[in-house]
Design a protein around this ligand. Structure first.
Ligand SMILES: *Cc1c(COP(=O)(O)O)cnc(C)c1O
Length: 368
């Protein structure tokens, strides 16, 4: 895992391994038997990763995870029903923006950005508003790194008979998911982030019965999740030209995840996070969130009052060979150092040293 000239220390896209990049160099046809077999194996691996049972379908969709979120919001809630978007960060807010753009009835329940969503507030809203058919929220809020309480919110949805849609894009490979137990109607994952694949593909794990109930809801052709599912089941490939090289890269990434093991993967991410957090804390920039609420997707620190702007930090880090992404913040004037991808604790510690320097800490004294 040698750092490339510019190392991605972002929550996505993430640094990938040489094997993943090498898998993407050949020209491939989507319909060749090897590709069809590889896609089926990936579907099986994704299903196993989130512990889905036979009641669920694993649907690959091309494009960004946001597009997959939109496909789910089109496919499952009945037109005319209300979707409750529960949000405590920029990615949760984005789910509400999708509803606005597609004209879906929705309500927004906003909670404090650095605290897990309080499940009892969700229950109160659902008990009072029977027009709400579905609840949607972000499991790991990437804008801060916060972990939201999936089992508790899922239990409330089951008790009150509402469908649940989970954006688990930043959770996959990082925190365990148990679909067979939580029984959401849909979970959305990405090809990159903690799965360490290239960007360009997303996964929807959805309850087959819910998808069937929503047949005809999509009001779109290219964003019709039901059609994509039917086509993949029938032919083993996509309705429209899939990103074939990306599929090959994702297949390699899922093989690597299986070889590393999910618990070893998340333990490495936790070590990456601890290494960066230790450097930043010693330099006077303690993380805004700590475990158990902080997941290891990012370390979030506040920018000093008289320090550089978020864009200035990004530029200065780029000069030092580290790519950060500005924007999409849960709290203004914060900066996030990504700890996922093909990185080691030594990589994140070095990136954190560069960040501390950029933020204006005294350079660390030589060890010893
Ligand atoms: C990255 C991310 C997304 C969006 O993914 P894109 O592929 O950029 O559309 C959505 N939700 C969460 C929680 C994410 O971390």
């Amino acid at each position: 895992m040698t750092p490339s000239p510019s190392l991605l220390v972002t929550p996505g896209p993430v640094a990938t391994s040489p094997a993943v990049r090498a898998a993407m160099t050949a020209d491939r046809s989507a319909a060749e038997p090897g590709m069809i077999a590889a896609l089926r194996q990936m579907q099986t691996r994704i299903g196993a990763l989130v512990r889905a049972d036979a009641a669920y379908a694993v649907i690959p969709v091309p494009g960004s995870a946001t597009q997959a979120n939109e496909m789910v919001l089109r496919a499952l809630p009945p037109p005319g029903a209300t979707v409750l978007i529960v949000t405590n960060g920029a990615y949760g807010d984005w789910l509400a923006s999708l509803c606005v753009a597609m004209g879906r009835g929705h309500r927004v329940l906003r909670s404090a950005p650095l605290e897990p969503i309080p499940p009892e507030r969700v229950a109160t809203v659902l008990e009072a508003d029977t027009a709400i058919s579905h609840v949607a929220f972000v499991h790991v809020e990437t804008s801060s790194g916060l972990l939201n309480p999936l089992p508790e919110i899922a239990a409330i949805c089951r008790r009150l008979g509402r469908g649940l849609i989970v954006d688990a894009v930043a959770a996959a490979g990082i925190v365990p998911l148990d679909v067979a137990h939580a029984r959401p109607e849909a979970v959305v994952l990405s090809s990159n982030k903690g799965l360490q694949g290239p960007p360009g593909l997303a996964w929807v794990v959805t309850e087959r019965a819910a998808l069937e109930r929503g047949r005809g809801f999509a009001a779109s052709s290219s964003l019709d999740l039901f059609d994509q599912h039917q086509h993949v089941e029938r032919t083993g490939t996509f309705r429209f030209t899939p990103p074939t090289q990306v599929l090959c890269g994702v297949a390699a990434a899922l093989e690597e995840l299986e070889a590393e093991g999910l618990s070893a993967r998340s333990a490495r991410y936790r070590e990456n996070w601890e290494a960066a957090a230790a450097v930043l804390t010693a330099a006077g920039f303690p993380p805004l969130l700590r475990p158990p609420h902080a997941t290891p997707i990012v370390v979030t620190v506040a920018l000093p009052e008289d320090g550089p702007s978020p864009a200035g930090v990004t530029d200065a880090m780029a000069h030092r060979g580290y790519v950060l992404v500005p924007g999409r913040l849960a709290v203004p004037r914060t900066v996030r150092l990504g700890c996922i991808g093909a990185l080691t604790p030594a990589d994140t510690a070095r990136a954190a040293e560069a960040l501390a320097e950029v933020l204006g800490a005294d350079p660390p004294t030589a060890a010893g």
